[in-house]
Ligand binder design. Structure first.
Ligand SMILES: [Zn+2]
Length: 427
């Protein structure tokens, strides 16, 4: 394994409240030294950082890698390459593969196949068998196999009594339940936000109320059961308020904001069509602003992409019939830097908290920090470097990205996983 010496970096770790210039030495997969003027051991590769930020690798707690079942869209391998290109060293994969991750064997298979990939995979397991919403999976066995959370993401479990039972079981195991909130019966045609624009386009759309109803139910369930509920991809300002209220009364809740719900609103549908179609949909400009504010204030805890690969053929079916979801791993950091740090003055260390430290804490992933002896999962990025998004060059197998062609400020230069260079920007 290479010995790596990062020279003249801006060392940044939100957990250690560290933001200082320095060098960092990686040996045998771990951080071997930090400081000023470190000398390169024999055979070391020296990386001149020119003041770029070196930080613990990013974590995305919500991705879809389509493997097994739809490997023409993404595989564990290509998904992990996309993650590495985005600066991520750990991801949590959702359970809605084909077949679903609803058995200990499926969890073990995923972990086994991800041993050599360019990013660590932590699988979430299904709440119900086959994501049918009818019969609970064996939480204990799934946890023992290595599942880090339970979720039927994409599908809300409509049977309240069954889902309350699920929460109670998850509470006993101390693992989070990650919820996609959309009230069955209220989802409309799931094409976009229901409002003036959907009306103009002749689409039925989905009410914000569908999401808010279920957020409220799941917060009440978490309160009563003592479970940790993680609310996925919050898209409405009212949803944010309900989460803030629940936190204030001591409910164990964490929640995520996606880059697209912060950078875009429902008007993006007019410009990008189905590449701006996801669930929950892009809402109003006021909602997008509320999501940004909530993430900056910590009401929403983490950034997550909901990376959801689909083929161009599927996305060509139009707003009504194209599948929901966009990819996001390779643009997440830059979009967040642009929207939050450059536009709104959000401190860089705080953004790194939302993108690495907070997700690790929320899902009990092994800690990574800039300390002697820590696992060398690192990202090196230049927060000022401008680049033009070219979806054709993505590591992901898919191209469904509304940010294609955008000029963004903030670029990943290098990603290191356990001391191994897994990504490097061509320059
Ligand atoms: Zn979802």
């Amino acid at each position: 394994m290479t010995t790596l010496l990062f020279k003249n970096a801006r060392l940044m770790d939100p957990e250690l409240r560290l933001d200082a210039p320095g060098d960092l030495l990686v040996m045998d997969g771990r951080i071997a030294a930090l400081g000023q003027g470190l000398n390169a051991p024999d055979g070391a590769r020296v990386v001149e950082c020119c003041g770029a930020v070196l930080a613990p690798g990013l974590v995305d707690v919500h991705v879809h890698f389509r493997d097994p079942g739809q490997t023409h869209k993404e595989t564990l391998e290509t998904g992990c390459r996309a993650a590495a290109a985005g600066g991520f060293t750990s991801v949590i994969t959702m359970a809605n593969t084909k077949p679903a991750i609803d058995s200990p064997e499926a969890v073990r298979d995923c972990l086994e196949r991800s041993r050599e990939t360019d990013c660590r995979i932590h699988p979430a397991a299904a709440v119900t068998k086959g994501l049918s919403g009818r019969e609970l999976t064996d939480f204990q066995a799934l946890a023992e196999a290595g599942a880090v959370a339970f979720t039927d993401d994409g599908m809300t479990v409509g049977d309240g009594a069954l889902f309350f039972d699920a929460m109670t079981r998850a509470a006993a195991l101390g693992l989070p339940v990650s919820v996609h909130c959309e009230a069955p019966g209220f989802e409309g045609d799931r094409s976009m936000n229901r409002g003036d624009i959907s009306e103009k386009l002749g689409l039925e759309g989905t009410l914000a109320l569908a999401e808010e109803l279920m957020i409220q139910r799941d917060l009440l369930f978490a309160e009563k059961s003592g479970a940790h509920v993680h609310v996925q991809h919050v898209s409405t300002g009212r949803g944010v308020e309900m989460i803030a209220e629940a936190k204030a009364r001591g409910v164990h809740v964490t929640a995520e904001a996606t880059p697209h719900h912060m950078a875009l609103d429902e008007t993006a549908v007019l410009k990008y069509g189905p590449n701006a179609k996801m669930s929950p949909p892009l809402r109003t400009p006021e909602d997008a602003e509320a999501i940004c504010t909530a993430l900056m204030e910590g009401v929403l805890d983490v950034v997550a992409t909901d990376h959801a690969p689909h083929t161009p053929q599927e996305k060509a079916r139009g707003m009504k019939d194209a599948p929901n979801g966009i990819i996001g791993l390779e643009t997440s950091l830059a979009v967040c830097l642009e929207e939050l740090c450059h536009k709104r003055g959000f401190p860089l260390t705080e953004l790194l908290d939302r993108m690495s430290a907070a997700p690790r804490r929320a899902f009990h992933l092994p800690p990574v920090n800039l300390r002697h002896g820590s696992t060398a999962d690192l990202v090196l990025f230049d927060p000022e470097r401008r680049w033009i998004v070219d979806a054709a060059k993505f590591q992901s197998k898919s191209r469904n990205c509304p940010f294609d062609g955008w000029c963004l400020r903030g670029a990943v230069l290098m990603t290191v996983l356990g001391g191994r260079e897994v990504y490097e920007l061509d320059s």
